[in-house]
Design a protein around this ligand. Structure first.
Ligand code: HEM
Length: 894
């Protein structure tokens, strides 16, 4: 209430300011229709900016309070889970806040002009270039539009950047994280700037208003859990692989505010449409009617998209890299990538869980708990974290896992895939280290990351897409690879994120099958209704780890999409059903999201794909091969042109051998082709991998990866095809489940021209295009040149290799030891005399949290651990330590 008063006061304030400014004259000219290039003037723009800052900050503060309250009162709602699902990185948040401030300022200007003139101006026409420049600067949008500087050294050419920047040299931001989606067709918002379609329920499109999305969901999508048909040839692993890859490609953030900017009304309690609230109306006929009249929906956040004045319009952004690069494992920002690594690992390993393991195999680390309140990934029926063990409570963590993508906890299948690839990374780095002991932790990490990225590309192109598109479409729309095309923009298209790649929502089963060894029923982890597997990460630590889930995915079939059996009740009626509150409806969310993004209707996309655009019910019935469905659409939408593209596209019958119809085939193939041809680091591109490495990569199979990273001993040859009986699974040792032989990754010990490659003591080296780069171990400094190259003419190295000299820390100006302790230099480290007895005191309580604290803060202890070979023996010290602290005490004790 107070908030609303502040806001209306600020609007009144702005009116007064507006009237008192000399530039007000320009408004009169707008009113007269003689505006031409009349600008509002900086003073007014500054004032609007000032007010918008107040409103935006107030909305964020209000949201923070609301979320804090609902978490502390243990009243986490489904909408809070959706927000948790779309958690974003600081860099994305900063950009969104800048964009929202800019948009709110412009909106305020538009409203003020309208209030005073009763005309709807294009606010961008009223802003001078300098004003716009100032607005971009002050809002923070200017920094966002900058072009990154790309490194050109050999190693930057070898490994992709974590943000996706500089993949394309001419357009360094193409495909990078935090850029707007590309548009294949211009948006069709309700106004020219970005008002969602259906914002005004009476607004007419082709003479018909759009039906409420929940009505479409009820009438067209809703399918009883029991009324489904099984796919006769495809497994549920294929469905989950689709979502896994989706999380490599697309993450659309929503506004960090859950209250309206203008009035401060809480989006979770209002039915009025006011940015960022775009609530979903519950129709009278809906069984949910009477419980609540609206389902909350937050608009996707705007980006600082440049868009030339005066044609600027709202664009949504992709918070992750577009490329298939395994960013769901590694993250899409440098900070995130670092946080996910075990920074003390000499192998470049990823961090693993310190509290729990899965029968000795690692799990992902837990997310820290911001406040000691509710655990979104804990057991549902408990309002406290009673089911968690004491160490978790003490250490302020949740049972939510932490990965490169915030959606990791969304359901058990995703957690299982995330865990498998985390383990695969740590398996690869150890093998690579064995082959190349001179590689630094960074090199090992990057090489493993490169292999894991290639695995995603291979499994998706060779195994997944042919089954989704069908072999015929695949060969027609996805011709063999012919090399990198720098002119192809691989950025994700808005329609792909919002409609096309959501096709698989209608292939999800209502039950999550979990199976014991031998693929048999096990009462310790029985099958679960889907909604009980959402945000239920605790089940991994307490109900048998990831093996039961993986077995279930391998043995259970996908749901078959048919015109009368679209989306299961678990998704339309129980999505993110938390304690109390109204569950969400995934079908309605998909439709509303498309309207929020201004995605044109079904016919426009048919035309875009050079397919016939239906005008009548009978034409639509012919395309859909189903008159009943076409008639339903006619009743709901009035005309085929208005059908929301997602629901129209999934209604088309699948093409032979595939699981999608002609429109989806066109849209999916177009995006995936751009992702392949526009990726400078595509695995098949010449020079990215050597010939022998490529030969090995061609043998990659998901079944092998599962064998190597779980306790499962029998797998199908093809995990995406349906396996009917456990007896049809093969032993992991079977030759049809080939091992990835990493020997082609062994770096040569000699250069063809210059002979043996000089290695160094106490340091690392890496060979890159006949140049050797050197780096010293921690505690040593490099003396000499950090790289040497081979001159093929003289057949000599450019110089002798550098040396790594021990750093005498005790001679540094500021003593590294605490006061009153004497410093003694040692090889690679130093000793503070008298310190060990205090260390001993610290650790004799078997207290890992103290230990970690010291590892992070003090190189002394870390170096000592290394000296005593604890780090290399256990392999995963630091965050990833899985060892027993009893090793430590006698060795630290002096
Ligand atoms: C249990 C299974 C799944 C659940 C519960 C689920 C849930 C969701 C939810 C809640 C959203 C956000 C909706 C919105 O606010 O707009 C979403 C978006 C999306 N889903 Fe799914 N999904 C599932 C499976 C899949 C599968 C199998 C695929 C693809 C093969 C897929 C592709 C997508 C895509 C592309 C988006 C848009 C992402 C974005 O723009 O950030 N999903 N899904």
């Amino acid at each position: 209430m107070e908030m609303a008063l502040v806001i209306s006061a600020s609007l009144v304030g702005l009116t007064l300011v507006l009237l008192s400014f000399p530039e007000h004259g320009s408004l009169n000219r707008v009113l007269d229709g003689t505006s031409g290039t009349v600008y509002l003037g900086s003073a007014l723009v500054n004032e609007a900016l000032h007010r918008a800052t107040e409103l935006t900050d107030a909305a964020y503060a209000h949201t923070r309070e609301r979320v804090k309250k609902s978490w502390s009162e243990s009243s986490l709602r489904s909408i809070d889970l959706l927000a948790q699902f779309k958690q974003i990185e600081t860099s994305t948040r900063t950009q969104i806040q800048a964009a929202e401030l800019l948009d709110n300022t412009v909106e305020l200007i538009r409203e003020m002009v309208y209030t005073n003139t009763m005309k709807q101006p294009n606010p961008y026409e009223l802003l001078g270039e300098q004003d716009m420049e100032n607005l971009l600067q002050v809002s923070g949008c200017a920094t966002d539009v900058h072009t990154p500087t790309c490194q050109t050294d050999c190693l930057s050419e070898r490994y992709r950047s974590i943000t996706g920047e500089c993949n394309n040299r001419q357009h360094p931001k193409w495909g990078a994280a935090n850029i707007p989606y590309s548009r294949w067709l211009p948006p069709e918002y309700e106004d020219v700037w970005g008002m969602p379609r259906g914002w005004d329920p009476k607004h007419k499109y082709n003479n018909f208003s759009l039906p409420p999305v929940r009505l479409v969901s009820q009438e067209v999508l809703f399918t009883h859990n029991s009324n489904i048909s099984e796919d006769s040839t495809l497994s549920h692993m294929l469905v989950d692989w689709g979502q896994w890859i989706d999380h490599d490609l697309v993450l659309t953030p929503q506004s960090p505010s859950t209250v309206t900017f203008k009035t401060g009304a809480d989006c979770t309690h209002t039915c009025s449409r006011n940015t960022p609230c775009f609530p979903i109306q519950i129709p009278l006929s809906d069984p949910r009617n009477g419980v609540q009249s609206c389902m909350p929906f937050f608009r996707s956040a705007p980006s600082c998209s440049p868009g030339d004045l005066p044609h600027r319009h709202r664009e949504q952004l992709n918070a992750i890299t577009s490329y298939i690069d395994a960013n769901m494992v590694y993250g899409s920002s440098a900070e995130q990538a670092l946080a996910l690594r075990n920074q003390s690992s000499p192998f470049g390993a990823m961090a693993v869980n310190l509290q729990h393991s899965d029968q000795d195999l690692p799990l992902m680390p837990f997310l820290p708990r911001l406040r000691a309140h509710l655990d979104p990934c804990g057991p549902r029926n408990s309002t406290t974290t009673g089911a968690l063990d004491r160490s978790q409570l003490q250490e302020n963590i949740t049972s939510c896992f932490q990965a490169g993508d915030s959606r990791v906890n969304e359901h058990l299948g995703l957690i299982a895939l995330h865990t498998v690839f985390l383990r695969e990374h740590n398996r690869l780095v150890r093998e690579l280290h064995h082959l190349n002991p001179h590689w630094s932790p960074d090199t090992l990490y990057q090489e493993a990351r490169k292999i894991i990225g290639a695995m995603q590309q291979i499994l998706t192109w060779e195994h997944y897409l042919p089954r989704v598109l069908g072999e015929r479409v695949m060969s027609r729309l996805m011709p063999p690879y012919h090399g990198y095309h720098p002119g192809v923009d691989p950025s994700i298209a808005n329609t792909f994120a919002t409609a096309a790649f959501r096709f698989a929502h209608v292939t999800v089963q209502p039950v999550v099958t979990r199976l014991g060894p031998g693929y048999t029923y096990n009462s310790e982890y029985p099958p679960l209704p889907l909604h009980q597997s959402l945000f239920a990460s605790w089940r991994v630590t307490q109900e048998g780890g990831i093996d039961p889930v993986l077995r279930g995915l391998l043995l259970s079939p996908a749901k078959l999409q048919t015109p009368g059996q679209m989306m299961v009740e678990e998704l339309t009626e129980r999505l993110f059903q938390a304690q109390g509150g109204m569950p969400l409806d995934l079908g309605a969310l998909n439709l509303q999201r498309g309207r929020d993004h201004g995605i044109p209707g079904y016919s426009s996309w048919r035309r875009f794909c050079e397919l016939s655009a239906p005008n009548t019910t009978s034409e639509l019935a012919e395309i859909l091969g189903n008159f009943t469905l076409a008639h339903k659409f006619q009743l709901l939408y009035g005309t085929p042109h208005n059908i929301d593209v997602w629901v129209g596209a999934i209604s088309e019958p699948a093409l032979p051998g595939g699981r999608v119809g002609p429109l989806l085939s066109c849209l999916l193939a177009r995006q995936f082709r751009a992702l392949r041809d526009g990726d400078r680091f595509w695995w098949e591109r010449k020079g990215v991998f050597s010939k022998s490495q490529k030969e090995q990569l061609r043998t990659v199979s998901l079944s092998r990866i599962i064998c190597d990273n779980s306790h499962i001993t029998r797998v199908p040859v093809d995990p995406f095809s349906r396996t009917e009986r456990p007896e049809d699974m093969l032993a992991c040792s079977h030759p049809l489940i080939p091992h990835l032989d990493l020997s082609p990754w062994k770096e040569p010990d000699t250069d063809p021209s210059c002979g043996p490659i000089p290695r160094i003591q106490s340091g690392y080296s890496i060979l890159c295009n006949s140049v050797i780069f050197y780096q010293c171990h921690s505690g040593f400094k490099l003396v000499g040149s950090s790289s040497i190259s081979c001159d093929p003419k003289s057949q000599q190295w450019s110089s002798s290799p550098p040396a790594c000299h021990d750093i005498n820390e005790c001679e540094e100006l500021i003593s590294p030891c605490p006061q009153n302790l004497e410093c003694f230099n040692t090889a690679s480290s130093f000793i503070c005399s008298g310190q060990f007895s205090s260390f001993y005191k610290m650790f004799n309580a078997h207290d890992y949290s103290n230990l970690e604290h010291f590892i992070l803060r003090s190189r002394v202890l870390w170096t000592l651990c290394c000296l005593h070979r604890l780090c290399s023996d256990s392999g995963d010290w630091g965050r990833g330590h899985g060892g027993d602290d009893s090793d430590l005490l006698p060795k630290v004790k002096h």
